[in-house]
Every structure is written in structure tokens, then in C-alpha cells.
Design a protein. Structure first.
Length: 188
């Protein structure tokens, strides 16, 4: 089985994935999209406010700065190419008998359909985490390691949410409650 946790940065995906791992046990892998893409090195890992070179275009990843002081993350060719391999890697892991919790960055309906089609034999379940733009911006600022506004810029590109098994408002529920909600949905 594959549990796919979707949402923009600072929506609570990593916290919910960790909570699900605690509830489901050692036989489940957490696959982090950020962790996977971090194999590209410093240009991906250094997308943070202290990096004064973050806006320099490159083949990995950089940020476009807007007049309002916010940033939009722009994947380069290498990042985009590596990102496209994720469904195939998940399929390979699933073929080896692993159950997976995916901390995902699916953004578009085309990406969603690609994941769904490629992994259909492994019972994928999609859960979309969301919060208001103000809450996302507050969480992003409190983390301190995110480029201001980057989560909101990503959020505006999302167009697949209604296709998910369940949409979950992370403003109203704890990670423990969300984990229980996801597990109860899987049992149905």
C-alpha cells in the first residue's frame, strides 16, 4: 500500500508522515520528496533566506524574488528530471514488498494522474493537507528556513485536490488526530 500525503510546504505533511509511521510501525517506509531531491546537493538544500545566491538561475533549483519580498521556487532541468522519476522509484519499492508513506509535492492534476496510474496496482491513497494562506505564511515564517511566500506561490499552482481520497484542514486537527483520520479512511 502507498499512502500519499499531499499539500504545500508548511501544510503539515512531514509531521503527519512521522505520526503515521509511529502508528503503522517499522514495516512502513517514509519517502520524502525533499529528501530525494536533496541528492542534487547544495543548490537544492540552500533554498533558504540566508543564501544570497538563491535567485541565481541554475540547472538544479533557484528562486524568483518578487517586489513584495516573496519568493517563488523555480525547479531547474535536473530537479525536474529527478522529480519525474519518483513514481517509478515508488513502484520499484512497492514491487519489493515495501509499504510507503510519501511526503509528496504533487502540484498538478497531470502529476496526480501520473502517480495514480503508475501505482494503481499498489493501492495508492491520496490525502491532501491544507490550511489558510495566513496560517501557511505564519508556519513558514516560524520555521525560519523557508523563503518567504514560497509555500503560497506553490499553493496557487495546485489543481488536483478534489481528486484526493480526503481533504484535511490542518488548522483544526492535531497531527495525532489527522493520523487517526487517515487510518480510519484506509479501513473503509
Amino acid at each position: 500500500m502507498i499512502i500519499i500525503i499531499c499539500g504545500t510546504s508548511s501544510s503539515g505533511k512531514s509531521s503527519v508522515c512521522e505520526e503515521l509511521k509511529k502508528k503503522l510501525g517499522d514495516s512502513w517506509l517514509i519517502f520524502s520528496t525533499d529528501g530525494y531531491l536533496s541528492m542534487l546537493g547544495n543548490k537544492f538544500l540552500e533554498l533558504h533566506p540566508e543564501n544570497n545566491k538563491v535567485t541565481i538561475p541554475n540547472d538544479v533549483c533557484y528562486a524568483k524574488k518578487y517586489n513584495d519580498g516573496t519568493f517563488e521556487i523555480i525547479p531547474g532541468e535536473l530537479c525536474s528530471k529527478l522529480y519525474l522519476t519518483i513514481p517509478s522509484v515508488l513502484k520499484l519499492l512497492s514491487q519489493q514488498g515495501f509499504n510507503i508513506i510519501l511526503d509528496s509535492f504533487i502540484t498538478t492534476k497531470d502529476e496526480f494522474n501520473s502517480y495514480k496510474d503508475l501505482m494503481k496496482e499498489f493501492d495508492p491513497h491520496f490525502f491532501y493537507l491544507y490550511a489558510s494562506e495566513n496560517v501557511i505564511a505564519d508556519r513558514e515564517e516560524k520555521r525560519g528556513n523557508r523563503l518567504k511566500g514560497s509555500a503560497i506561490h506553490w499553493l496557487k499552482k495546485f489543481n488536483f485536490q478534489v481528486e484526493c481520497d480526503l481533504l484535511i484542514d490542518t488548522e483544526k486537527l492535531s497531527k495525532h488526530q489527522i493520523g487517526d483520520l487517515v487510518l480510519s479512511k484506509l479501513k473503509k
